[in-house]
Design a protein. Structure first.
Length: 650
């Protein structure tokens, strides 16, 4: 095993020793072999790192890491110091197109499947702050300050976090040989300040698939012109494995990806924006086809996924903090801080979230802090065996959306504190010991049949519509929830109301036996008699306060008056602040496990750990262990109590 050193004072003709370091990370990547470590020393590196090789196993990795205690920045941008005054506070820079190679972000549009409206991939940065793209030179000269914006999904008017920043605008014209950019710097001199423009698509991303077992640790990675990443296209990110197995991305500071920061998603051969390019079939049909195409090229546990993404800070990205379709299977996403995702709202499409995964099979999303995002986490299609555990969601337009999935999936010991806390267009979920401070929106989906899989496998077992129900609710605490605040009205688009509490299930049967009775009451027919019958919902021992209401079929529900919860930041620390009525802990619940949760009907599967043993749900939000022979209060904290409290949760 060898250590290859890289430094800004190095030379790519050197041997990579500490005394004779290389100059570029890419030169080290060309030399690195399985088991080697590339140590990068302090400084700024403007390059797209494209690893040449992967490791051979978890113990014979290729590791790229910042030198201990040193700050290393890898950027997808270039500094521009040739700005000329144009008009007022507007400056103009003309750069040769050779600066961009064969990829000019100022000519590339944000486009593809499920894009509603887009801009370009280029961007301008002043001292690290990204600008807004204007529609013309005239708009650059006289920009309009934006104070608020309407959220495209909820219809709620949302405040702009930094209104003055909306006056920082740019516009570009791309010619055959040159690109001219006009930017309004609002009085700053771009030649003396740090002014940069997007140049490279990615910062750390292989050109080839199947480069496995690579670790990337301790870097600042930023300013990449990443394209739109729907589930039916190639999904390049600022950093990612590009269809491989066993990457570890840890302890990095990742920011300012035009679209997606970390990608653990699919590649182009299984489809690339066919719905947009061909226009002959809807996007969901091509998405379904991509699942089978991926199986044909080795989409399985042995070859794809099992990535670890941990302890990263990810922020200020236009589309996603973490994205992935198919390639995310069997991965772990933990201890990350994700914020300011899709809040500039320069463009919009239906694939946006702090974490946005399709086909999240046996994925663990654990102990992340996710806030100030257009949508905190969106699990879309084939969420099966996945566990959302001990996360803190707050100040998002929407916290957690699980769409067209059949389960089993488990959501436990989380705080969901935003007004639109939870959206379920799925079935087969289990919700255990969560604190939900916003609304719950239920929606059947009868126009898209989506796949389910054999347990702990990518092998497709069948596909079905989302009838709704087949959910389990145990030991959750609901406090308040105002549909008006969440969606600007009590009925979101689609006709189904959002509720404070589980009252949206009132028409659902409360047991499997009752479900079967309702089926028997339908007119004869093989499949027709199932279409109009909701699946059973299994609910017990939940607590409802502050106006939240229980599902009519629930057992041992506790309903209380009053109560309030909020999440408060103090520097890098986060506190859960509660004012709760007596009885908030409910009747007391011994730790729930997979053996306590009814089998999922469509997937015909149990709630299990990745190894097939029954799920163990015995760690609270703060990491405290729950003893099996002791009863605990409802909610995410082992010691949740009445009265006023302030508990650190991050």
């Amino acid at each position: 095993m060898t250590s290859l050193h890289v430094a800004t004072t190095g030379n790519d003709d050197a041997d990579g020793s500490p005394q004779r370091p290389l100059r570029t990370i890419n030169r080290a990547a060309a030399l690195a072999r399985p088991g080697d470590t590339v140590v990068v020393h302090a400084g700024e590196y403007r390059e797209w790192v494209t690893p040449r090789r992967g490791g051979l196993s978890d113990t014979r990795r290729i590791t790229y890491q910042a030198a201990e205690g040193e700050h290393v920045v890898i950027k997808g941008s270039e500094r521009i110091t040739t700005w000329e005054p144009d008009e007022g506070t507007v400056w103009r820079a003309t750069v040769p197109n050779t600066l961009f190679g064969d990829f000019n972000p100022f000519a590339e549009e944000i486009a593809g499947d499920w894009v509603v409206y887009g801009k370009h991939l280029g961007d301008v940065y002043l001292n690290g702050v990204s600008f807004y793209e204007a529609g013309s030179r005239a708009e650059v000269v006289a920009p309009e300050k934006r104070i608020e914006v309407v959220d495209d999904w909820t219809g709620v008017t949302d405040r702009i976090r930094e209104p003055e920043r909306t006056l920082l605008v740019w516009y570009a014209e791309v010619g055959p040989a040159e690109t001219t950019i006009w930017a309004n710097f609002q009085g700053a001199d771009p030649n003396t300040e740090l002014t940069e423009i997007n140049v490279r698509r990615s910062v750390f991303y292989p050109l080839l698939p199947h480069l496995d077992y690579i670790t990337v640790r301790g870097f600042e990675l930023c300013q990449a012109a990443t394209p739109w990443t729907p589930p039916t296209a190639d999904q390049p990110g600022l950093i990612g494995p590009n269809w491989a197995k066993g990457w570890i991305i840890e302890d990095n500071h990742i920011h300012d990806a035009k679209c997606s920061a970390i990608s653990i998603g699919k590649e182009a051969s299984t489809g690339h924006n066919y719905a947009t390019e061909r226009g002959d079939k809807p996007g969901y049909q091509y998405q379904l086809e991509s699942v089978f195409a991926a199986r044909q090229i080795g989409w399985d546990r042995e070859h794809i996924g099992s990535h670890v993404i941990r302890r990263n800070t990810v922020h200020d990205c236009g589309q996603n903090g973490i994205v992935g379709h198919l390639g995310c299977v069997f991965s772990t996403i933990e201890d990350n801080h994700i914020y300011n995702i899709a809040l500039k709202r320069e463009f919009y499409g239906y694939e946006i979230g702090g974490i946005k995964l399709h086909a999240a099979i046996d994925v663990v999303i654990r102990h992340n802090r996710i806030h100030d995002c257009s949508l905190g986490t969106w699990l879309d299609w084939q969420t099966q065996g996945t566990r959302v555990s001990r996360n803190v969601y707050y100040n998002n337009n929407r916290d957690l959306f699980i769409e067209v999935s059949h389960g089993p999936y488990l959501v436990e010991h989380n705080v969901l504190a935003s007004p639109a806390a939870l959206e379920l267009w799925s079935q087969g979920g289990a919700f255990v010991h969560n604190l939900i401070g916003g609304t719950l929106w239920l929606m059947p989906v009868m126009d898209r049949a989506t796949p389910y899989h054999l347990p702990h496998s990518t092998q497709v077992a069948g596909y079905a519509f989302i009838v709704g129900g087949d959910d389990r609710w145990i030991g959750n605490v609901f406090v308040g929830g105002d549909p008006g605040a969440a969606y600007g009205g009590s009925v979101p688009e689609g006709g189904e109301p959002a509720h404070a509490g589980t009252a949206g299930y009132d028409a659902y049967p409360a047991s499997f036996e009752e479900y079967l009775r309702r089926i028997d009451e339908q007119p004869p027919g093989d499949h027709q008699r199932y279409l109009g019958v909701k699946q059973a919902v299994y609910a017990r021992d939940n607590v409802y306060a502050g106006g939240a209401r229980a599902y009519a079929g629930e057992r041992d529900a506790v309903t209380l008056s009053g109560g309030a919860v909020s999440v408060v930041e103090e520097g890098d620390e986060v506190y859960l602040v509660t004012d709760l009525p007596e009885g908030i802990g409910g009747p007391g619940i011994t730790p729930v496990g997979g053996h306590d949760l009814e089998r999922v009907r469509f997937a015909d599967a149990e709630f299990e750990e990745r190894d097939g043993t029954p799920a163990v749900i015995a760690t609270d939000l703060t990491g405290a262990h729950k003893e099996q022979d002791r009863a605990y209060p409802a909610g995410p904290l082992a010691e949740l109590a009445a009265g006023s409290s302030r508990i650190r949760v991050w």
